[in-house]
Design a protein around this ligand. Structure first.
Ligand SMILES: [Zn+2]
Length: 311
């Protein structure tokens, strides 16, 4: 992977930290696709060797491809084509102000390169690689495996785990997350008349266990903060972080490689949101949290996307 990683080297100090529109669109695609059947999940697919030059792993395994994934692949093609116009006007700052944040940032760097045309060409190649290979083959296909999304439900969830079955085995808990310097959870709970089990230190969440994961405070969330914490059947407790105009899961899979646009927890969240036909996730247990901490998809993208699902 080192070659691919280098292609997508990402510096949070200099790169705009917004969620890219394609990430929201893909969530909406999986929401439109609805619950995924267990027998649609891949078993043996090795995403590290995958790429568009290979045969579609669903065809190869004789399985039905999840509808949401078909939509998402179409979205990748479409979004790449939509972005073509920004390459043409990459020296026009006004045109770039309408481009997705990360792309705009990269194109501005091309303007000041020694050979701007060459820089532009290689940026376009990077972007094509993201939409054609990294997002579908290395990220989405990997999440749609029994060993990934399939670990979030046990057999009692049935052949096609829907929102109700998924949230019976995984809970979206409204909690107050405290920083290291705040008072103890039990003191905080007492002084705010809250049940102590819904107050937790950031350090006790699973996202604090791995350096690849992203605790909310690293995202600039001021603690104490009321957040939605996914408590999963796999044992993980990962808060959703309000970021840009949606939510981002704080798990290591999501943050270890910044080109990834979806983790298994976000896929579960998409199926749950789909059932409610809402861009807001429900609190299935615990304290109420503000809308901002439950808004899974950007309202802006939600208003514009999803009108071409004709596959
Ligand atoms: Zn996750």
């Amino acid at each position: 992977m080192s070659g691919t990683d280098a292609l997508h080297d990402y510096d949070v100090e200099t790169d705009p930290p917004a969620i890219e529109p394609v990430e929201h669109r893909i969530r909406l695609d999986f929401m439109a696709g609805g619950p995924i059947r267990r027998d649609q999940l891949l078993e043996k697919y090795n995403s590290w060797n995958g790429g568009p030059e290979n045969r579609d792993p669903w065809k190869q395994s004789g399985k039905a491809k999840p509808v949401g994934l078909k939509y998402a692949e179409e979205t990748c093609r479409r979004t790449f084509n939509e972005e073509e116009r920004y390459y043409e006007f990459f020296e026009d700052d006004r045109a770039l102000s309408k481009a997705p944040a990360f792309l705009a940032h990269r194109l501005r760097q091309c303007q000041s390169a020694t050979d701007p045309d060459e820089a532009l060409h290689s940026e376009r190649k990077r972007r094509a690689n993201w939409y054609r290979k990294l997002i579908p083959w290395l990220n989405l296909y990997q999440v749609l495996k029994e060993s990934s999304y399939g670990t979030l439900f046990r057999s009692s969830a049935g052949p096609q785990p829907n929102a109700e079955a998924l949230t019976r085995q995984n809970t979206l808990v409204g909690m107050v997350v405290l920083g290291d310097d705040d008072q103890t959870p039990s003191k905080y709970a007492r002084s705010h008349s809250l049940p102590a089990k819904y107050v937790i230190r950031e350090a006790d969440l699973s996202c604090s266990e791995s350096s690849a994961a992203a605790p909310p405070s690293e995202f600039g969330i001021e603690l104490p903060a009321p957040l939605l914490v996914g408590k999963y059947t796999t044992g993980g407790r990962y808060p959703f972080i309000p970021w840009s105009d949606g939510l981002v899961c704080s798990c290591p899979y999501k943050h270890d490689q910044l080109w990834r646009v979806l983790c298994k927890h976000e896929l579960l969240a998409a199926v749950v949101a789909s059932d409610r036909n809402s861009i807001f996730l429900p609190v299935t247990k615990g304290l109420d949290v503000p809308h901002r901490a439950r808004r899974f998809v950007s309202p802006d993208t939600s208003n514009r996307h999803g009108k071409w699902h004709t596959i």
